[in-house]
Ligand binder design. Structure first.
Ligand code: DGY
Length: 423
């Protein structure tokens, strides 16, 4: 069975390849997505290293002059997806149509992985080309998503967090005025069961936020000052902190001492910022609405990511581990994207409950690196069992293990390949 699934995973990546870049899945996501491509590179690295580097290089074709790396590189329009290039209106920033928000910066961590698998003269050359570009992107994040140097990373759009409809965003999204929203047609629900997608409440606000960015020409200063949604995310903060640590190692590998110094400063700041997201009331790291000054009191899979960031003080370890224990009592398969004890938990609706192979990979990596191998192993075993039971679906119900969302999903295939290669 394992061999068959590995063959199937190869063929999913090959068939989602659009000539140098890979789509997440046919129908639902017809372009190149940022963190999807990073995971795709991880998968390709297990059987075609050249193609793995190519995935990363093609993603950087979408990088703007200011270092920003968009969450979608459109290349061309496709009427089966909404909102397309016209809605984003980024033409004055880049020759190729892209979106105007970014996505979780897992790339540096994955590139370190790719490079360390096979250190050769040619991969060192690739590193020399790519590291300055990633540095520019991280710089964009620190400068524009943490303009007051708090150390935590705020976001202008739920899509930028990669965890689109997390219940944590519900309250901050209430500030988005949709009274002048023009009628639009959702395309996602033509491809996937509506019960497994964000609801109209969310979508109306997603679209309005896209228009806000477009109307201010994606001016980062205006966005930081006035975007109606401006929320510090534990996920982005942890992923960038970890990526800064990995990028620092890569800069040292290529002898870029000046870049390495900046990274040390960002890492110190990131540790401070993450500490600010700790919420004593719920004994976990939670998001923070920078507009209202309120902490969320909800826990989600991101709550466990500080291990991945390499930054959990010893007195907080038990609390985080016990959240996972509690979730496993409620759900056969971990890690649910949202706290299953909360009334807003929804086991099949996207980021309000389902398990995602990529989140499991990040969480398991962190736990393993910090010495909690039993937890890491359990999460990996759950991920393998879910894929064996339901195939390469977009995500999975934590209670029953049924597959949800899109089929033949690139990043699920990529995670499978990486887990097999590590055995
Ligand atoms: C979507 O279209 O659902 C995506 O998650 C946006 O990136």
């Amino acid at each position: 069975m394992t061999t068959d699934l590995t063959k199937e995973a190869h063929s999913i990546l090959r068939s989602n390849d659009r000539g140098g870049y890979t789509i997440p899945t046919k129908g639902l996501y017809p372009f190149q997505w940022n963190w999807d491509s990073a995971f795709v590179a991880l998968g390709f690295a297990t059987f075609d290293e050249g193609r793995a580097w190519q995935e990363i290089e093609s993603l950087f074709e979408g990088q703007w002059e200011n270092g920003f790396l968009p969450h979608i590189v459109f290349r061309k329009d496709d009427p089966t997806y909404f909102p397309g290039p016209k809605e984003w209106g980024t033409a004055r920033h880049h020759w190729m149509p892209t979106s105007g928000i970014s996505q979780p910066p897992v790339l540096a961590t994955i590139i370190r992985n790719l490079y360390e698998r096979n250190k050769t003269d040619s991969s060192l050359l690739k590193l020399r080309q790519i590291v300055p570009k990633i540095f520019k992107w991280h710089n964009w994040y620190h400068k524009n998503r943490d303009p007051h140097a708090k150390g935590f990373i705020a976001t202008a759009h739920p899509w930028e967090t990669g965890r689109d409809n997390l219940p944590d965003w519900d309250e901050p999204l209430n500030n988005v005025d949709i009274s002048d929203l023009e009628p639009y047609v959702r395309r996602d629900i033509a491809h996937v069961n509506q019960e497994m997608r964000p609801q109209k409440f969310d979508y109306d606000r997603y679209v309005r936020l896209v228009h806000f960015g477009r109307d201010c020409s994606w001016n980062d200063h205006t966005i930081a000052q006035q975007n109606p949604f401006w929320v510090a995310d534990v996920g982005l903060t942890c992923i960038l902190l970890r990526a800064d640590r990995d990028l620092k190692i890569l800069t040292e590998e290529i002898g870029a001492v000046d870049l390495s110094k900046h990274l040390s400063a960002w890492i110190d700041k990131g540790e401070e910022g993450l500490d600010r997201l700790w919420h004593d009331g719920v004994l976990g790291y939670t998001s923070f609405d920078c507009r209202s000054g309120r902490h969320s009191n909800m826990l989600n899979a991101g709550t466990i990511l500080p291990f991945y960031a390499g930054c959990v003080p010893s007195q907080r370890v038990d609390a985080l581990l016990s959240h996972m224990e509690r979730w496993w009592k409620r759900c056969r398969f971990g890690i649910p994207s949202f706290d299953p004890d909360h009334t807003l938990f929804d086991s099949i609706r996207y980021w309000r409950g389902p398990v995602w192979a990529v989140m499991n990979w990040l969480i398991a990596r962190g736990l393993e690196d910090e010495g909690y191998e039993d937890y890491s192993k359990r999460i990996i075993d759950n991920t393998v069992a879910l894929i064996e039971g339901a195939g390469f679906r977009e995500n999975f119900c934590p209670a029953t293990g049924i597959g949800c969302g899109g089929h033949d999903f690139s990043w699920t295939a990529a995670i499978w390949l990486d887990l097999q290669a590590r055995k």
